[in-house]
Design a protein around this ligand. Structure first.
Ligand code: FMN
Length: 186
């Protein structure tokens, strides 16, 4: 089995992450992999923010601004403020939507999403781990403004990145026959 296939089959997202975060050369390689994402009309609709150190503290303030005291189900301010500290590094995947006659907006987000998956696989190949999260903070205007997004940009995801503390058991994969069939005759 190829090394790539083997690492995909055995990968797992890790919610518990500690120092060290990847260094500049590992990040450079991983972002180069992200840039190989399929990309309709080569719009390059993605950009990424790397946040660590004091930036995580500032990001906690930005997340806290997304609290909604009127919604009993919404995360509380204290929880929001702590969220960025779940890992030593946060990478924010942002989609820059551009008007194109052949490329609907969803395809631009999908392209960024593919890049984020490649990025995560590249980091995992170097011994790091991560977890892709969204939640209400990904879609809240206070977070979009706090991170300096332009009106035509959306957050595709937050990639929490670091070194796994414990390797959690892999989530059992769905059996391929439960989601693959042939058309028209199966
Ligand atoms: C777009 C997107 C958003 C996600 N948001 C969250 C999230 O907010 N919280 C969470 O616990 N998992 C979230 N996940 C799922 C995890 O990243 C992860 O895939 C899941 O825990 C399964 O683990 P595995 O990758 O080891 O199979 C999200 C995944 C995607 C693709």
């Amino acid at each position: 089995m190829s090394e790539l296939v083997n690492s995909i089959l055995n990968r797992s997202s890790e919610p518990r992450l500690a120092e060290p975060a990847p260094d500049a050369s590992v990040l450079e390689e991983a972002f180069a992999c992200a840039a190989r994402a399929p990309d309709h009309a080569l719009l390059r609709p993605w950009r990424y923010l790397i946040i660590e150190g004091d930036g995580l503290e500032a990001l906690g303030d930005v997340f806290a601004a997304a609290a909604d005291p009127d919604d009993p189900l919404a995360p509380k301010v204290q929880k929001l403020r702590q969220m960025p500290h779940r890992a030593p590094m946060m990478i924010v995947g942002i989609t820059r939507h551009q008007k194109h006659p052949k490329v609907p907006e969803i395809e631009e987000s999908l392209s960024t999403g593919c890049g984020m998956a490649f990025l995560l696989l590249a980091l995992e190949a170097r011994g790091y781990s991560g977890m892709w999260r969204t939640g209400p903070v990904a879609y809240h205007s206070a977070v979009r403004e706090g991170l300096g997004l332009a009106a035509n940009e959306t957050i595709t995801g937050f990639l929490y990145v670091g070194t796994p503390i414990v390797n959690k058991p892999s989530v059992a994969p769905a059996e391929t026959k439960s989601f693959v069939s042939r058309w028209p005759n199966d």
